[in-house]
Structure formats: C-alpha cells, structure tokens
Design a binder for this molecule. Structure first.
Ligand code: MLT
Length: 403
C-alpha cells in the first residue's frame, strides 16, 4: 500500500554522541536523508526545483524509542499521512534491520513555498509519486480472504474476542485509541467491504452480506463467539448479527446507533448523498459530513481528530461509500428484535450526537432486556474518537463484568 520506497542507512560513529549511541540531532538528518533518498527513486529533487516550490518543514515531532549503535543498519519507511493543496505530512519510522526493533518515529509537516515566499501548490509530480490518497496510521493490518473479499483487519492481543465495526463512511482506524487499552481481549478491528483497505466488490452491499462476511471472518479466525461492538452503521450490522448469526454473539456494544429503519425522508436524503458522492467524490462528502459527525468542541479543539475523520472519508472509494449508503437506506427495522436480545448489551450515546440523538439510543436501550445505557459528555456522533478515554473505560468495565 505504501508507494514510498524504504531506504536503508548504516549508523557510523560520527552519528553517535559521547555515550556511543545515535544522537537525537543525528536522527533528524537521518530522517531527512531517508526522505530525499526515497524521493530520488521517484521524481527526485528536480520536481521541486522545476516547479519552484520548495518543501519547508513547518513542524517536526520525533519519538526516540530505542538506542541505535555504530554498525546498525536502519530501515526507514515513509508514509504520506496528509496531502493538502500546498502542504503535506509524512510519517517516518526507523527500524533496526537485524531484529526489527522500532528505533524512532517521526511526523513532519511540509509547506511548499514559492519564490515570493508564499505557499504554492504541491507539485503535480510529487502528488503522483505519493499516489493520490494518504493513508492513516494504525496497527499492523492483514488481509484475509472472506467470502471472496480481501478483508483488512487489525488484530491485537489474546483472549476472548471483541470485534469493532466502524461507522459510515469511516474505517477500522477509528477504533485505534481503544485497541491499546483493552488488554486481556483479542481486539479485532475490521474494514467493511468497500471501505478502508478492504476490497471493493461490485455488489453485496446490504446488512445481511456485511453480517455474513463477519460471521465468516470469525470462522476463519477460529473465534466461536465474540462481543460485537459497532458504531452507528457498525451497530446496524451488530443488530443484523443478532438476526442472522445469533450463535456467534457473546455480547453487544451499540455505540451511537439506533434500531429503526430509515424514514421516507431519510431515504430521500440518502439518494441526495449518493448524487453528492457521484458528483464530488468522497472528498466532497467529507466536507459535508464533518460538521455533523463531531461535536463543536471536537471540531474546534481536536484538529488531529478532524483530520483523521476527513482522511478516512476522503480515502474511501466512491463505490464502497455508495454501496454503504444503499445498504443503510434498505436496512430493515430492527426494533422487533430488541425484546428478544438475550446477550449482555451496552448502549453508548454521545450527548451532542446530531446524527443519532441520545433519545433514540435511550429508547433502543430501554427495549433490550437488562441493557446498560451510558451517555458520554462532550461527544458527538463519534464517541470513541472524541472521548476515547471515557469510552474505553465504559467498554472495559462492561467487558470485565461479562459472565
Ligand atoms: C454512521 O455513522 O454509520 C451513519 O451516520 C449512520 C447513518 O447514517 O444512519
């Protein structure tokens, strides 16, 4: 997936300080050397020179994680994490070749500056070199063939399984802040078909197919039963699991979700959304959805969350997004199911959710026997991203109390 070639750099004694390991200042120049080396395997510096757009580093953040010594061969991987009109961001990771240990990681923000000293567009050749779409950093991803669809999953930890299903039109990385803390569980975050890094088949965009795929994924992973944790559209699929694959569900977590089918107005709105994606692509959809997905304080005070949501949406292939809209529009009413849900259930709402207001989530929880209901403050529709600590605490307590 990563279009930027890896680069190897050998550590020499002059990179090291009097304590004998690579000095922090030397890392900055190694990261720089690795970037330019990678670039010379693509358009080279000429792309910048010819278009008179010099990339200036505006911000760098480096984490030094382990020592590197003279003689070590370090492998530098570079990933594009943001591509704007005049700016771009790169994530770089340096690993020791011999044992794969992560030595240092860095994030750099670049702005292209023209002769006048003002920002100018990122040169076209550079855009091409990166590919058109930046990627979002997340855990190690693997692709599993599930019902003929190459499905991207992050799997972390051991223990009983919990599956995370993302909302629309996002991907598995929306759960990344919850994947770490829930130790003692085998955490499985999935990219639904047509989104994230999963394949984009031409058909099969309906709740039943998403659920069938999930059941098959659990079989492939030899998971007998799992807690299914879905946000919004992921919650619709979790409810479909109860309808079609009840035996696979050990518990349910329904975040920012509702049980009813779409109203006639909501169905008409979905048709308009499909037209928007056909016209402006998922990038256009990102701009329309962002203010609805996040609460005002997240929008103003959490730029990294805003950027992550924008990138997830804009990265998603238009066909997969349209498939998901169609699946939501056609979904069945799950209200009649609720009274028969006989697995432990946690319903989470965001106090400032404008897409699925608290009252709808509360009404759903009220109809599920014994369900717990929690409202998270200062969160809109994407509770686990806007309030990851509060959300992982609530989920952790729910999991701990499971029989
Ligand atoms: C989602 O977050 O998955 C969507 O907002 C759900 C919907 O549009 O019904």
């Amino acid at each position: 997936m990563n279009p930027v070639p890896s680069v190897e750099i050998r550590v020499y004694p002059n990179d090291c300080d009097s304590f004998g390991h690579v000095n922090q200042a030397a890392f900055l120049s190694m990261f720089e050397r690795a970037r330019w080396e990678a670039f010379t395997q693509g358009p080279g510096l000429d792309a910048f020179v010819e278009s008179r757009a010099w990339p200036a580093v505006r911000k760098s953040t480096v984490e030094y994680l382990a020592e590197a010594l003279p003689g070590d061969l370090l492998k530098f991987d570079t990933t594009l994490t943001h591509l704007g009109r005049t700016s771009f961001s790169l994530h770089q990771a340096a690993r020791r070749e011999a044992d794969g240990v992560l030595i240092a990681e860095a994030d750099f923000v670049f702005v292209c500056i023209g002769e006048s000293g003002k920002p100018v567009p990122v040169p076209a050749e550079v855009r091409e070199f990166f590919g058109t779409r930046p990627s979002v950093r997340a855990g190690p991803v693997q692709h599993l063939l599930v019902r003929g669809v190459a499905t991207a999953v992050d799997i972390q930890g051991d223990g009983p399984a919990i599956v995370f299903l993302h909302g629309f039109p996002l991907d598995r990385t929306m759960w990344r802040h919850l994947m770490g803390p829930l130790t003692g569980w085998r955490r499985i975050a999935v990219d639904l078909r047509g989104m994230g890094l999963s394949d984009v088949p031409e058909s099969g965009y309906d709740m039943k197919s998403y659920a069938d795929e999930l059941a098959e994924l659990l079989r492939v992973l030899e998971v007998e039963k799992a807690v299914i944790c879905g946000l919004s559209m992921g919650g619709y699929i979790a409810l479909e699991m109860m309808r079609s694959h009840r035996g696979k569900v050990r518990g349910l977590i329904l975040a920012n979700a509702r049980a009813e089918a779409d109203s006639p107005q909501a169905r008409a709105d979905r048709d308009e959304m499909i037209k928007l994606v056909e016209r402006e692509g998922s990038e256009g959809l990102a701009e329309v959805l962002l203010p609805k997905l996040l609460c005002p304080s997240s929008l103003s005070a959490m730029p990294q969350v805003v950027e992550h949501v924008r990138t997830m949406i804009a990265n998603n292939p238009d066909a997969g997004v349209i498939g998901a809209i169609t699946a939501m529009k056609e979904r069945a009413d799950s209200t009649p199911l609720l009274a028969d849900i006989d697995v432990p259930t946690l319903v989470i709402a965001g106090r400032e959710d404008r897409m699925i207001p608290v009252e709808l989530s509360r009404a759903m929880a009220d109809q599920i026997p014994g369900a717990q209901f929690t409202v998270i403050a200062e969160a809109g529709h994407l509770t686990p991203m806007e309030q990851p600590i509060a959300t992982s605490r609530v989920i952790g307590e729910f999991l701990e109390a499971l029989p």
